[in-house]
Design a protein around this ligand. Structure first.
Ligand code: AMP
Length: 433
């Protein structure tokens, strides 16, 4: 019997799917540092970490984000599992958090942060992927406008902490169930009068969600909406008061903002405060750094009790692209603290490296019993300031040669003393003994 060769030929080897990519060292260290910085800040702002599943009942997004939205209609990865359940990979972070809130009913205000991949079948281009990653935060259970200020401040301070300075904040109010329906009637009748003048896409779809026309960047829609009635001019008294309180708060804590009456954002769940941060250092189409807003009706839409909420999400890739564009938050330098060179066969290195790691040092070694010269080359590349060299004589004497790779000096030291020193100081660099 001949065996079937089912190896994939090299020229057809699988690659990461279109619109996705691998995050590998050394760049992954930057991701780690970014998330760690955000985690510290979120903790300081009183948020706890929430992890929810990567896929959900598709209704979480269909009802939550809205059937008429682009994200649901064109971009969601939706599928049936082997038992016929309708599921979707999460295209964003908010709806799953609200689903979890409705399911678990934690005490309010509930403040959680998250970091997650998000999946959207997008037209792939620079800064726009089919799997991107978001970090964000949500507060459920209060409609206090101070919370809006706090949340915007969290995002703002995070950008600042990364070193970003060229970030614009635009804010508006999308009204509530009091004022929005009558405004939508007004907008509908305006758009009906200009039906033939909209772009091809919105000529067909405007009646399902007329607000979305404001989001269109095509010339015909820009022209029609230039004189269209604005939601902001038709807010009810409580929405006006809420917005005034939020913006006064932003002024008071020193966060620059501007009002943008055209801001509608792509997800249908927003009410009242809505905001977006843009990176002026990035190109137009993909310069949205983060955004969010209130979603006071979302918990109800997902089968929960009426519960106001607000949140924001920010794309990790966009953040890093913006950091590149502004020349801040570089990939952290990663180097070993110490490199063990073992020319006796490797067993001493095996044990010593582990003991050094247990003492708190980032210790590295070479493998495959290479020559001393070749091991020292690897030591150089590791960036370690110190090499510990073990030859036959040292092995027998229970010592190591400590070579300062920067100064080029070296001396011999008993292994026990070396480990004691490593445990006490957490380092070996800073002069050989
Ligand atoms: P959204 O949920 O659409 O408000 O997106 C929140 C943030 O996620 C945006 O401001 C972007 O920073 C980022 N983002 C959204 N979609 C993508 C994508 N396809 N690729 C990369 N980043 C994205």
């Amino acid at each position: 019997m001949t065996e079937v060769d089912d190896r994939i030929p090299a020229e057809d080897a699988p690659r990461s799917p279109k619109g996705t990519y691998d995050v590998l060292p050394p760049d992954s260290a930057r991701w780690e540092a970014l998330i760690a910085a955000y985690a510290v800040l979120a903790d300081r702002h009183g948020f706890g970490l929430a992890h929810t599943p990567m896929f959900e009942d598709a209704r979480v997004f269909r009802r939550g984000i809205g059937e008429a939205s682009e994200v649901v209609g064109k971009e969601m990865y939706e599928f049936e599992d082997r038992s016929g359940r309708r599921l979707a990979l999460r295209p964003e972070g908010t709806a799953p958090i609200v689903r979890a809130f409705v399911q678990h009913r934690p005490p309010v205000p509930w403040r959680v942060w998250y970091v997650t991949p998000a999946f959207r079948y997008e037209q792939v281009q620079a800064g726009r992927y089919r799997q991107h990653h978001q970090l964000g935060a949500e507060v459920l259970g209060t409609e206090d406008p101070d919370v809006d200020v706090e949340l915007i401040a969290l995002a703002h301070d995070f950008y600042r902490q990364l070193g970003l300075t060229r970030v614009d904040l635009r804010v508006t109010s999308l009204g509530d169930t009091e004022c929005r329906p009558s405004y939508l009637e007004l907008l509908r009748s305006y758009l009906a009068d200009h039906d033939g003048e909209l772009c091809d896409e919105h000529a067909v779809s405007w009646s399902r969600n007329p607000l979305r026309v404001f989001d269109c960047k095509r010339e015909p829609c820009l022209k029609v909406t230039a004189d269209a009635p604005r939601l902001f001019d038709h807010l009810c008294e409580p929405c006006t008061v809420h917005f005034a309180r939020v913006t006064a708060g932003l002024d008071s804590v020193g966060i620059a903002w501007s009002r943008d009456d055209r801001l509608v954002r792509g997800l249908d769940y927003y009410t009242r405060t809505t905001f977006e941060f843009t990176a002026t250092a990035l190109e137009g189409a993909s310069n949205a750094l983060g955004g969010g807003g209130r979603y006071d009706l979302l918990a109800e839409a997902l089968g929960g009790p009426p519960t106001p909420g607000i949140g924001f999400g920010s794309g990790i890739e966009r953040l890093l692209l913006t950091c590149d564009a502004e020349g801040v938050f570089p990939v952290p330098e990663q180097r070993a603290d110490v490199f063990v060179v073992d020319v006796t066969g490797g067993e001493t290195a095996r044990d010593l490296v582990l003991r050094l790691r247990r003492a708190g040092l980032r210790a590295e070694r070479a493998y495959d019993a290479r020559s001393m010269k070749s091991q020292l080359k690897v030591a150089d590349r590791s960036g370690a300031p110190v090499a510990l060299i073990v030859g036959q004589a040292e092995l027998e004497a229970g010592t190591v040669v400590v070579r300062d790779l920067v100064a080029g000096t070296q001396s011999e030291m008993p292994v026990a003393e070396l480990l004691e020193r490593a445990t006490l100081t957490g380092q070996l660099a800073g002069g050989t003994p």
